[in-house]
Design a binder for this molecule. Sequence first.
Ligand SMILES: Nc1nc2c(ncn2[C@@H]2O[C@H](COP(=O)(O)OP(=O)(O)OP(=O)(O)O)[C@@H](O)[C@H]2O)c(=O)[nH]1
Ligand SMILES: [Mg+2]
Length: 79
Amino acid sequence: MGNGLSDQTLILSSLPSFQSFHIVIMGLDSAGKTAVLYRLQFNEIVNTVPTKGFNMEKIKVTLGNSKRTHCLSQKLRNC
Ligand SMILES: Nc1nc2c(ncn2[C@@H]2O[C@H](COP(=O)(O)OP(=O)(O)OP(=O)(O)O)[C@@H](O)[C@H]2O)c(=O)[nH]1
Ligand SMILES: [Mg+2]
């Protein structure tokens, strides 16, 4: 899951920019939730361990038809 999010880029692109959202990622154990979170934050594939409790991060991205959106798309696509 962590490396296969390219289809979700369209959903992200349709959100209004300059707004704050709380997004909850839910899934089965070892589904890749933490991998997704840190890929979006650091644009890197990180080694993860099973999460006890939950992870919470503040991630700033610019959405819409901008250059940065293209960068976000690339983050999600280049796996
Ligand atoms: N091949 C592959 N492995 C992935 C992908 N996403 C995550 N993984 C691996 O799957 C394992 C579990 O990923 P996590 O991100 O820790 O999963 P999680 O959903 O946070 O798991 P819990 O915290 O236990 O609920 C790790 O070894 C990741 O490296 C993916 O897209 N492809
Ligand atoms: Mg986790």
